[in-house]
Write a protein that binds this ligand. Structure first.
Ligand code: PMP
Length: 339
């Protein structure tokens, strides 16, 4: 099958059986391989959906500028999709995000604005800076500018309602008992959750929340409350975004880094799957949901992005030690060369 350019190459990713997680639980644990998208992450889908929606509504015009605040992956997706469609991108990113993502953004042609990482309540938070920048550029750019606004723009979750959810349903031939993933904007969880529930309301939808996020508390007690922290990037939400409104969540699990990172290392060492930290939270969450549902069930989760994006952090022994996180033995293994 020939795909017509980059835009046509987003989505239709494989569903991969995760051997060790399946053996451990007696369930079929399947990972949707979103790291195989052209921008190497699940966010290519949201980026394309947001751009197509803005074009359809007449807001984004040829030569226009797309402005966004992003932990990186949405920006990479936007910049790559913008190139063939004739738009430019200006990306606001917290300076704490990995160097690899910043380098890729520049490579993809984005103009990068790095800002200090401060809480959402602070007016200098990256999301709020991007909104103000979009407003200013809309007045000065000859072809106009839009704010992608992935957190509160429901074109984001619509992309998953239209593509990722139906793909999972078709790939499993409707034999899916549970779906679980973490939340950044909530587009993936809400969109896939809604698409699957519309086909079978008995499918259990689970949230896998990292430490430092407030959603585990929200879905278990009704109160938004955060504790602890996580080195995972792109996930960990403190509020109910527009994309999360009406998300069908049946179960929530809190996944500390100490539980998620060994899963990431394991998947690389034993299954050749090189993934970022949020995929570890997701697969650890799938294992927890599987244990709750019992053996014989099929659980789907998201393999969000490719691991090389985190070489300097997640796969760097010095960084792991500085965070008091365990370093896998093989990461430091040295070859013994005979004399
Ligand atoms: N994992 C990674 C690595 C991400 O960049 C993101 C998006 N920020 C997510 C997971 C979460 O996806 P969503 O925004 O759809 O909740």
């Amino acid at each position: 099958m020939i795909r017509n350019g980059l835009v046509d190459s987003i989505g239709n990713t494989p569903l991969i059986r995760l051997k060790r997680a399946s053996e451990e639980t007696g369930c079929d644990i399947l990972g949707k391989a979103e790291f195989l998208n052209p921008g190497q992450s699940v966010k290519d889908r949201a980026a394309l959906g947001i751009i197509q929606d803005a074009v359809a509504r007449g807001e984004l015009k040829p030569g226009g500028v797309i402005v966004e605040g992003t932990a990186g992956n949405t920006g990479i997706g936007l910049a790559l999709v913008a190139a063939p469609l004739g738009f430019r991108t200006v990306i606001v990113i917290p300076e704490t995000q990995s160097q690899e993502k910043k380098d890729m953004l520049r490579l993809a042609g984005a103009t990068l604005v790095e800002v200090p990482a401060v809480a959402y309540a602070n007016p200098n938070n990256y999301v709020k800076v991007s909104g103000r920048l979009a407003e200013a550029l809309a007045k000065t750019e000859p072809n106009g500018a839009i704010w992608a606004n992935q957190f509160d723009n429901v074109a984001n979750r619509q992309a998953h309602i239209d593509t990722t959810g139906p793909e999972i349903w078709e790939q499993t031939q409707g034999k899916v008992d549970g779906f679980i993933c973490a939340v950044g904007t909530g587009g993936t969880l809400a969109g896939i959750g809604m698409a699957l529930k519309a086909r079978n309301k008995d499918i259990k939808i689970g949230l896998a929340d990292p430490m430092g996020a407030a959603l585990y508390s929200y879905y278990t007690t009704g109160e938004l409350k955060a504790e602890g922290s996580s080195i995972t990037e792109g996930i960990g939400q403190g509020r109910i975004t527009a994309n999360l409104v009406d998300a069908p969540v049946d179960a929530a699990f809190q996944i500390p880094d100490e539980e998620a990172l060994p899963v990431v290392f394991d998947l690389l060492e034993h299954e050749g799957l090189c993934l970022g930290g949020s995929s570890g939270v997701n697969v650890a969450g799938a294992i927890r949901l599987a244990k709750e549902l019992g053996p014989g069930h099929t659980i789907v989760t998201i393999l969000c992005d490719y691991g090389t994006r985190y070489q300097s952090k997640l796969f760097n022994p010095e960084f792991l030690r500085s965070k008091n996180l365990p370093v896998p033995e093989w990461l430091e293994r040295k070859a013994e060369v005979p004399n």
